[in-house]
Ligand binder design. Structure first.
Ligand code: SAH
Ligand code: SF4
Length: 340
């Protein structure tokens, strides 16, 4: 007998095809989808809606993959961090951020990242591999199972990796998260470092998902230095792509701006930033750098952070300060994996 197939590796069409080839009626596919994505089944033998014979028949051909939880850490601010291992023993992180009535899960799209941003620990790893769609969606399923009876309400794709560099798998994962796991597209935000040609594709492949763009600099000179992707797609092209991005009514683009001491936090930077985003329906999230030892970069003082925010707000922009959550548990991008 050949290798067993992973039911989670199938798209909806592939699962229906599998069921048909197995000589089963079509509604069995719907039952499997319900048990896998809504009841978080990881073992065919537990799908009690199916007869014992059917379960053991399916088990001879197929299995349901699962993420293996390696560590679960809770921060004093309520943030929880999950370190998972994949079937090939690579590891990824997901971070759960409770906030009023919302439970937001920050998920990863790649193991490592090829973009090489200087301030980012994931960037230091380089790209190890893309995640498959089921490995991306599985972060939502696994955490939902771990926090029962609660349920994740919002998704941000801001964990490890550059999602637009893995767009096929990311789009399929987002489809499953909305259609099978039932989280509305309006509650999903994808963050990109600015892969300009893929931004238009995203609007086609995952319509109505919110867009966040990691700007992190107000000039090409600084952005070239801290985000190498800028040498391929400089600020003018990036802002142009943002202007073309289709926004639903009352929707805004989020610009993330990591504030790095002495690098991009001057009053001149604030002034240039205001000019850059002029005319765009947007808000700005200022994220004081969460420094890691190798980067040699510093977090600005609180006074500098507040002054930067004030300059933006005084110019009519919406700007929030977003602390990286869970600093005591190394919740920032890539830090838990790095310490494992
Ligand atoms: N690759 C995508 C999404 C993952 S990074 C992107 O770059 O947008 C998610 C966010 O974390 C980005 O806005 C990035 O600028 C920010 N980030 C990375 N390293 C950080 C650090 N050390 N401190 C604070 N924010 C950081
Ligand atoms: Fe990759 Fe985003 Fe980190 Fe840059 S900031 S290296 S794009 S994960």
């Amino acid at each position: 007998m050949g290798k067993k197939v992973n039911l989670k590796s199938f798209s909806k069409d592939e699962l229906f095809h599998f069921i048909e080839v197995a000589g089963l009626p079509r509604f069995r596919a719907g039952q499997l989808i319900h048990w896998i994505y809504q009841r978080y089944a990881t073992d065919i033998s537990c799908i009690t809606e199916l007869s014992k014979e059917l379960r053991s028949g399916l088990e001879r051909m197929a299995y349901i993959s699962d993420l293996k939880l390696l560590r679960r850490l809770k921060s004093s601010d309520g943030t929880e961090k999950f370190l998972f291992s994949l079937e090939d023993a690579e590891t990824i992180e997901s971070v759960l951020i409770p906030d009023d009535a919302r439970l937001t899960l920050c998920i990863s799209s790649q193991v490592g990242c090829a973009m090489g941003c200087k301030f980012c620990l994931t960037g230091k790893l380089g790209l190890i591999r893309n995640l498959r769609a089921y490995e991306i969606a599985d972060q939502v399923i696994a955490v939902n199972r771990l926090i029962l009876p609660q349920k994740i309400t919002n998704i941000v794709m801001m964990g490890m990796g550059e999602p637009l560099a893995n767009l096929d798998e990311v789009a399929e994962a987002l489809w499953r998260i909305t259609e099978f796991i039932d989280i509305s597209k309006r509650r999903i935000t994808l963050s990109t470092a600015g892969l300009v040609p893929r931004m238009a594709l995203l609007a086609d492949r995952a319509p109505h998902v919110n867009l966040a763009v990691s700007l992190n600099a107000s000039s090409d000179k600084v952005r070239d230095d801290i985000m190498p992707i800028n040498r391929r797609y400089p600020l003018k092209a990036l802002i142009e792509a943002c202007k073309k991005f289709p926004l639903g009514p009352r929707r805004r683009i989020t610009f993330e701006y990591v504030l790095i001491g002495g690098v991009n936090d001057s009053p001149e930077d604030a002034g240039r930033l205001v000019k850059l985003v002029r005319g765009l329906r947007c808000k700005i999230n200022l994220i004081p750098l969460n420094p890691h030892p190798e980067s040699g970069m510093k977090r600005p003082s609180d006074a500098v952070v507040l002054k930067f925010q004030k300059a933006l707000v005084d110019s009519g922009l919406t700007a929030f300060i977003r602390e990286s959550k869970g600093q005591d548990i190394l919740a920032a991008c890539g830090q838990l994996r790095a310490g494992h």
